[in-house]
Design a binder for this molecule. Structure first.
Ligand SMILES: *Cc1c(COP(=O)(O)O)cnc(C)c1O
Length: 363
């Protein structure tokens, strides 16, 4: 085969251990997965009800325009229906953007460590990847500007950033955007937007009015608890959306997912409750870190990156064998850290108890 040579640099996505696998391996009855930033409270009951009532016409293709979802979302966001692009998860929007703008005679600028799919898709398209190290967990926006040249086609910003949970302030974001040439697409990945509470967190939809070279990515996978349904979306100026649309597969979001997403938007109370419980959960971890003198990044997301000052795999393994799945920081660019998804109060307590035992044993 004459594979694209860049394909040979890439490895398949390695999914975390499944709950069933871990149960079997360690002979455990109960496993708590706090590894993929999923919502510990599931999704809105209204979504489950709507799916139960739904009588699918399985032989028909879904609405490729996702009309019902589109109209509901446009209304909720107060944007025009032509400013939205839907994907099979926001992962697919990242793919669509890369497909549309990146090629072997272009480069793309992003932070590191950040969400790995930007790099992965850019490499697949043969583009040069320019990674600018985070500074103390934050995007080095000046460094990123300095990395831009006439062949830069896309800049990726992740705020709150995965895996650090750090964010870019409104002021810094606006100042950065005003310095980026208008013919470069700036992507702001807001997968954790609904969890952010910082007063000066960017109002990207407002920034869209001023900056036509911007696209904002959000998802139903995180706070809405619909990761299995695979729906994400982009919000941008209608000209950007029109240009990207041909790179999207015509029936990329399915009927169940469209219905679930649409219904989930309507249950604003569920989102509020999850947001609040997430803040309370983060406080549990902050307190634990404070008591044990562990460094962490204050998080605007539903996860926390904690520095244990030892091999992250060690902490991961200790927790795994006791029924908690988290993410070792090793594969995330923070080898002495562990990334923990904030769970329910009880889940957090259980995990923190084990972490205390781990630290005590290590002394
Ligand atoms: C989870 C996540 C996504 C992907 O979400 P999907 O919509 O499920 O594809 C995108 N960006 C970041 C930063 C994420 O953490």
């Amino acid at each position: 085969m004459r594979w694209k040579k860049q394909l040979l640099e890439l490895s398949p996505y390695l999914p975390g251990k499944s709950i069933e696998e871990v149960k079997k391996q360690y002979g455990l009855e109960k496993i708590t997965k706090l590894a993929s930033n999923e919502n510990p409270f599931g999704c809105s009951d209204k979504v489950l009800e709507s799916l139960k009532k739904y009588q699918p016409k399985t032989e028909l293709y879904p609405d490729g325009y996702a009309t019902n979802l589109r109209e509901t979302l446009a209304e909720a966001l107060q944007v025009d229906i032509n400013q939205l692009l839907f994907g099979n998860g926001s992962d697919e929007i990242i793919q669509i953007i890369s497909r549309a703008l990146l090629h072997s005679d272009s480069n793309t600028v992003m932070a590191t460590p950040t969400f790995p799919q930007y790099r992965h898709n850019a490499i697949l398209e043969g583009a040069e990847v320019r990674e600018v190290p985070l500074k103390n967990g934050d995007h080095d926006l000046d460094g990123m500007l300095a990395a831009v040249d006439e062949k830069t086609n896309v800049i990726w910003l992740c705020s709150p950033n995965n895996p650090t949970g750090t964010y870019i302030s409104e002021e810094k974001m606006a100042s950065f955007l005003s310095k980026v040439p208008q013919d470069i697409l700036v992507v702001i990945d807001e997968a954790y937007y609904e969890y952010a509470v910082a007063e000066d967190y960017h109002d990207s939809i407002n920034l869209l009015k001023e900056f036509k070279n911007l696209i904002v990515l959000r998802t139903f996978s995180k706070i809405y608890g619909l990761a299995s349904m695979r729906v994400g979306y982009g919000i941008a100026d209608r000209d950007i959306i029109r240009a990207l649309e041909p790179a999207r597969e015509p029936f990329n979001t399915n009927s169940f997912a469209q219905l679930a997403a649409k219904t989930s938007i309507e249950d604003t109370e569920f989102v509020e409750v999850c947001k609040l419980k997430n803040r309370e959960g983060l406080e549990q971890f902050y307190q634990f870190c404070g008591e044990n003198a562990l460094e962490y990044f204050p998080s605007q997301g539903n996860f926390i990156l904690i520095n244990f000052n030892r091999d992250g795999d060690e902490v991961f393994q200790y927790l795994l064998s006791r029924g908690f799945i988290v993410r070792s920081g090793k594969a995330l660019g923070f080898p002495s850290c562990v990334r923990i998804t904030v769970g329910s109060k009880e889940q957090n307590e259980g995990l923190i108890e084990l972490l205390k035992e781990f630290l005590a044993e290590e002394l």
